[in-house]
Ligand binder design. Structure first.
Ligand SMILES: Nc1ncnc2c1ncn2[C@@H]1O[C@H](COP(=O)(O)OP(=O)(O)OP(=O)(O)O)[C@@H](O)[C@H]1O
Length: 249
């Protein structure tokens, strides 16, 4: 579903992502980890077609994000860490707006909107203006909106931050279920426990370079140690030697 091939992204002279190759198949729950400034958000923006690689290519479901952007973007939903809602819309209007944006037929969108309202327990507040929502209510509404158009790839940035324990538990169960049903879930997080608990595979990025990628067992082999994901993360990122400067074309 995700094919990132030899991607480098520069911001001026700054190398944000360096020679990244990463393939994530359909139905996988992939956790993308890395210290602050590692290049995770830059990579996510390239998956969403908000940024293009300086060199290399990004394909979603076989569609090149640059050359076939509309087809690629139609497959993707992105839940950012700061949930954005139009304050003067109600939650329900926001869900409808999202469905319209993706050109869903009215009958289909009405069913799907009811389904996500149920799924995220939005009933109590879905007809209030979103400006009155708490962070957790916003996060749940944004998640619901992300699923309205039935994306094939769900990208979520720090999805559990600000949610109460019950909502976190429900979200974790939902993410696993979506992956089991065939959706690819790409999770960027600093919460290592969640990555360890949920992910099929984990990628560790540091200063733009993918230092490790695989199951927990693979990462343990790579780091030549047992232990929690936190232990492995510390070891793998500590051992990162300073990167040589990338020659600029
Ligand atoms: N628009 C920009 N212009 C210049 N440099 C940028 C820009 N956006 C990001 N960077 C730099 O690129 C590098 C990667 O940033 P990015 O936001 O992708 O990291 P991140 O892994 O998402 O970090 P965090 O976990 O802190 O959110 C950082 O050094 C950052 O300062």
């Amino acid at each position: 579903m995700i094919q990132i091939d030899t991607v480098t992204k520069l911001y001026g002279p700054k190398v944000a992502v360096r020679d990244l190759t990463l393939h994530v198949p359909a139905g996988e729950l992939f956790a993308f980890l890395g210290p602050n400034g590692a290049g995770k958000t830059t990579t996510i923006k390239m998956l969403c077609g908000l940024l293009f690689p300086t060199t290399g290519s990004v394909r979603i479901g076989g569609f090149d994000v640059r050359a076939q952007g509309d087809q690629a973007r139609a497959l993707v939903s992105y839940v950012p860490d700061q949930p954005f809602l139009y304050e003067k819309l109600t939650g329900r209007e926001f869900l409808q707006f999202t469905a319209d944006l993706y050109g869903m037929p009215p009958g289909r969108s009405a069913d799907k909107i009811e389904e996500v309202i149920e799924l995220f327990h939005l009933n109590e507040f879905v007809d209030d203006l979103t400006e009155r929502y708490s962070h957790g209510m916003r996060q749940r509404t944004v998640f619901a909106a992300a699923l309205v158009h039935e994306p094939k790839l769900l990208i979520a940035d720090e999805p559990t931050v600000g949610l109460d324990p019950k909502s976190i538990r429900e979200l974790k169960t939902l993410l696993r279920r979506l992956a089991a049903e065939g959706m690819t879930v790409f999770l960027s997080t600093h919460t290592l426990d969640i990555a360890q608990e949920l992910a099929d595979r984990i990628g560790i990025l540091d200063r733009g370079t993918l230092l490790g990628c695989g199951t927990l067992t693979d990462l343990r082999k790579q780091a030549a140690m047992d232990g929690s994901l936190e232990d492995l993360f510390m070891k793998i990122t500590e051992e990162d030697a300073p990167q040589p400067a990338l020659p600029l074309a």
